[in-house]
Ligand binder design. Structure first.
Ligand SMILES: Nc1nc2c(c(=O)[nH]1)N(C=O)[C@@H](CNc1ccc(C(=O)N[C@@H](CCC(=O)O)C(=O)O)cc1)CN2
Ligand SMILES: Nc1ncnc2c1ncn2[C@@H]1O[C@H](COP(=O)(O)OP(=O)(O)OP(=O)(O)O)[C@@H](O)[C@H]1O
Length: 188
């Protein structure tokens, strides 16, 4: 299927989930992530969930990361240039929900992308080859381009993999893993 069709399909699929299902599935995903060989690193980028878009709730994963004393990095998005800056999340970080519903830090210490070793990637759909699509503005493709080549990219999804995203392009960054409530997909 094409990215455009997949975006609509998966927005609908998310809409059909209740708040309880979202929390239950998000907790299962967080617990499944513990099975991955990804916990010996220091810097982890995580997305802060857009509640109105019914995204995977990353609160449980945040809890795990802070329990493991990891450096947690969250982003601020510039919608004019479709680029993100990365900020260290601390106990003192003020978060404010922006106009797209994304909780963002108001200020803080900027972390250079090259330092980030693991990135948890938001997505609408992904396929069995590890390609993904999001809302179509290329934020994560641009960001991942500036990370180190061996940075681990881990998608989080409520749903199974699609057979094939047809219209991939050279900018698309493949995932290393995608974790769903039922499955751990490994691509690399
Ligand atoms: N939690 C989270 N943060 C993220 C992303 C994400 O997917 N999830 N992004 C991943 O790249 C970037 C933000 N990209 C976004 C792009 C579009 C919309 C959005 O609301 N789109 C609406 C249409 C809005 C409009 O045109 O008025 C939509 O698709 O319904 C939100 C975030 C960076 N941060
Ligand atoms: N590294 C990059 N440099 C310049 N343009 C890019 C880069 N990555 C992606 N783009 C452009 O951004 C646009 C959106 O890309 P794409 O359709 O792959 O988005 P997406 O992966 O669904 O979105 P997102 O990453 O925001 O979740 C495309 O026009 C693409 O060419």
């Amino acid at each position: 299927m094409l990215k455009k069709e997949l975006r609509e399909k998966y927005k609908q699929k998310r809409k059909a989930l209740s708040a309880e299902e979202i929390d239950e599935k998000s907790l299962t995903i967080a617990n499944k992530l513990l099975e991955l060989p990804i916990w010996d690193y220091t810097y982890y980028h995580i997305f802060l969930s857009i509640e109105k878009q019914q995204e995977v709730n990353t609160e449980f994963l945040l809890h795990i990361l802070s329990g493991k004393d990891k450096n947690i990095v969250v982003s601020k998005s510039d919608f004019k240039i479709h680029q993100m800056t990365n900020i260290l999340l601390t106990d003192n970080t003020n978060l404010k929900v922006n106009k797209w519903g994304i909780p963002e830090p108001t200020e803080g210490i900027e972390i250079m992308p090259k330092k980030i070793q693991v990135v948890f990637v938001p997505l609408l759909a992904f396929d069995i080859n590890g390609h993904r699509t999001g809302y179509g503005k290329g934020f994560y493709d641009r960001f991942l381009d500036t990370c180190a080549p061996n940075t681990l990219k881990i998608g989080l999804s409520f749903f199974f993999a699609e057979a094939k995203i047809e219209d991939t392009n050279p900018h698309d960054k493949k995932l290393d893993y995608c974790v769903t409530p039922n499955e751990i997909y490994k691509f690399s």
